[in-house]
Write a protein that binds this ligand. Structure first.
Ligand code: NAD
Ligand code: LMR
Length: 328
């Protein structure tokens, strides 16, 4: 029998937590042969609701669910964690940008990084979902000096999936025929969904689309502002699609990506594509041997260069802002 994998989920009683935990327990994240032990971390006011979710998880009788524990102390919650999903944070409301959450949420991620440093398993992999996700991941990593920096990632898979879907609808192509789309930069309105290396059933996507106006004035803003559109429509931020993207991110990180296509994830920059080293930026990535690698050697045209630089500059500003707040 394979040893269970310890998965810590923060914000377990929140909207995303509710959509995420059942997917993890069913085996969709780590595969049908991997038992999981769930460690739910909440603030004290969230513990009772987390207990209710745990009762429902029990009631599903998932064969792969080897146990559920609930914590309100980060050190205990991350003890032995192999996978840590940092979801717990305040979502933005209508009219806010994700960066408006820097101060409110930034304070959560330093102590959680320190708790991961203190007691997580040697192979811990961290995905930050709570916004502003890239900079929160940077804060967590800075407080975990003994954990390799490349284990701290932030989620842009939801943006990637949104871009796939928009491109599929525009070109009437099945999502499964689209390869090599990229989200660059920040999980914010400056992010750059790049179709210049993407293919649709093997044909260059930019040639098939052949519509710069749609690209600039419809596709890019629709993807980049989709989170706000959902808040407007639902009165609450995306939850099921965010949980789905978290499952996709961790699944691909652990199981590896096919050679036929890459995906997008925000990972610490090694200086590739002119992105300052250490910034947690979204890149085209593949996972090999359980580690993300940035896809190298892509030609970046002038249009893409400008867009990537704008988003990366925002990340640099966010980093400097949290430094100024004493969070880094
Ligand atoms: P929510 O308000 O429904 O749930 C958040 C939960 O986190 C609450 O139960 C709260 O008690 C808990 N929490 C707060 N501080 C905590 C802490 N220090 N430790 C543990 N738990 C804590 O929010 P939600 O809709 O689930 O969204 C969570 C976060 O995810 C938000 O910041 C949101 O903006 C972000 N988000 C990111 C993406 C992405 O693509 N990266 C997508 C959707 C949402
Ligand atoms: C999203 O992209 O849906 C989330 O980051 C929530 C938000 O604030 O947009």
């Amino acid at each position: 029998m394979t040893q269970p994998v310890n998965v810590t989920v923060t914000g377990a009683a929140g909207q995303i937590g509710y959509a995420l935990l059942f997917r993890i327990a069913s085996g969709q994240m780590l595969g049908p042969d991997t038992p999981v032990k769930l460690r739910l971390l909440e603030i004290p006011q969230g513990v009772k609701a987390a207990e209710g979710t745990a009762m429902e998880l029990d009631d599903c009788a998932f064969p792969l669910l080897a146990g559920i524990d609930i914590f309100d102390d980060p050190t205990a919650g991350f003890d032995g964690a192999n996978v840590a999903l940092l979801v717990g944070a305040r979502p933005r409301g209508a009219g806010m940008e994700r960066s408006d959450l820097l101060e409110a949420n930034g304070g959560i991620f330093g102590p959680q990084g320190a708790a991961i440093n203190a007691g997580a398993a040697d192979d811990v992999r961290v995905l930050v979902v709570g916004n502003p996700a890239n900079t929160n991941a940077l804060i967590a990593s800075a407080h975990a000096p003994d954990v390799p920096a490349d284990r701290f990632t932030a989620m842009t898979r939801l943006d990637h999936n949104r871009a796939l879907s928009q491109l599929a609808q525009k070109t009437q192509t099945p999502v499964s025929d689209i390869a090599n789309l990229t989200i660059w930069g920040n999980h914010s309105a400056t992010q750059y969904p790049d179709i210049f290396h993407a293919t649709l059933a093997g044909k260059p996507a930019a040639e098939v689309v052949d519509d710069q106006d749609w690209l600039e004035n419809t596709f890019i803003p629709t993807v980049a502002k989709r989170g706000a559109a959902i808040i407007d429509a639902r009165g609450a931020s995306s939850a099921a699609s965010a949980a789905n993207a978290a499952v996709d991110h961790v699944h691909d990180w652990v199981a590896g990506t096919p050679d036929t296509s890459w995906t997008s994830a925000a990972i610490p920059s090694d200086g590739s594509y002119g992105v300052p080293e250490g910034i947690i930026s979204s890149f085209p990535v593949r996972s090999k041997g359980g580690a993300w690698e940035i896809v190298q050697g892509l030609d970046i045209n002038d249009f893409s260069r400008q867009k990537i630089d704008a988003s990366v500059n925002e990340l640099v500003e966010e980093r400097d802002a949290v430094k100024g707040l004493g969070l880094l």
